[in-house]
Design a protein around this ligand. Structure first.
Ligand SMILES: [Zn+2]
Length: 276
């Protein structure tokens, strides 16, 4: 067992280098690739988890990695990364999830959405979206990596931003990217379209959700137009819709969200980690 661990080459890809002798550290909302040596990667029934929460094992640039992620609100502290083949533990490593200081804005006003409240149909539609995206393809559907939804990426509201109202606190689980209304939006990776309903959701507006397999999901909100159909395969870079301001939005922009399992991660950092 010790010999196996000694054989393991453990480091992270793309800017998140973690030396083998160091404890792995990542911040809330971050993603990191942990390379699996062939002695581990060649097993058939591999599964990875972080203190019991399943993590994807991905094939990226001809190597196998565990995609280590932390939800942006994950409790900070020490966790255990475990890779198993059936009942055999092949790797056990400590992981420290560190605090990420996100932008914070204190607004001395109550939260309201133009005085329009959601109807029961809005609630049913939202529940339907959540139910749909909770199920995903087990197998990896993407190849090569993930790229930007459009070329000129200007952040107008960062990931994780906290807005403190007098009656509630809201947390930004995606990133807002500036774009003119009608600008085309490209799929960030290969996958299957899981949600592309023509009805705008109360807060999210016209939304596309792409299942990339293994628990990786990308969501594109506030669109003015959708160009893909549910159940169809899309390739990285394919046009899936156009930027708009539908739902709870104060102007044309794209709200891009990436989930890995239940973890909501920073889309900008995720795309840097898994660049094509
Ligand atoms: Zn947003």
């Amino acid at each position: 067992m010790k010999a196996l661990i000694a054989l393991l080459l453990l480091f992270a890809c793309m800017g998140n280098i973690a030396a083998r002798d160091n404890i792995l550290k990542l911040k809330q909302g971050e993603s990191m690739c942990i390379l699996l040596d062939d002695s581990i990667a060649t097993h058939y029934f591999l599964d990875a988890s972080l203190s019991g929460i399943s993590l994807p094992i991905i094939r990226y640039h001809n190597h196998f990695y565990v995609l280590l992620v932390a939800d942006f609100q994950k409790k900070t502290g020490k966790y255990s990364l475990v890779v198993r083949n059936g009942r055999d533990t092949l790797l056990r490593e400590a992981v420290i999830v560190e605090k990420h200081i996100f932008e914070r804005k204190i607004l001395g006003i109550p939260y309201e959405f133009n005085g329009v409240f959601p109807t029961s149909t809005d609630s049913v539609n939202k529940a339907s979206l959540l139910q749909t995206i909770a199920i995903h393809f087990f197998s990896q559907l993407w190849q090569g990596g993930f790229s930007q939804p459009f070329e000129d990426m200007r952040i107008i509201s960062p990931f994780g931003k906290e807005r403190i109202y007098t009656n509630t606190v809201s947390y930004h689980s995606g990133v807002d990217l500036a774009a003119d209304s009608g600008s085309v939006v490209h799929a960030i990776g290969d996958g299957v379209v899981r949600w592309a309903k023509p009805t705008a959701l109360y807060a999210e507006g016209l939304t596309v959700a792409i299942d990339h397999g293994g628990g990786i999901l990308s969501l594109y909100l506030h669109l003015s137009r959708i160009c893909v159909k549910e159940g169809t395969l899309v390739a990285r870079g394919q046009v899936i819709g156009e930027v708009g301001s539908t739902g709870h939005s104060s102007g044309p922009h794209l709200h891009l969200m990436i989930k890995v399992g239940k973890a909501r991660v920073d889309p900008m950092q995720f795309m840097r980690v898994l660049t094509p």
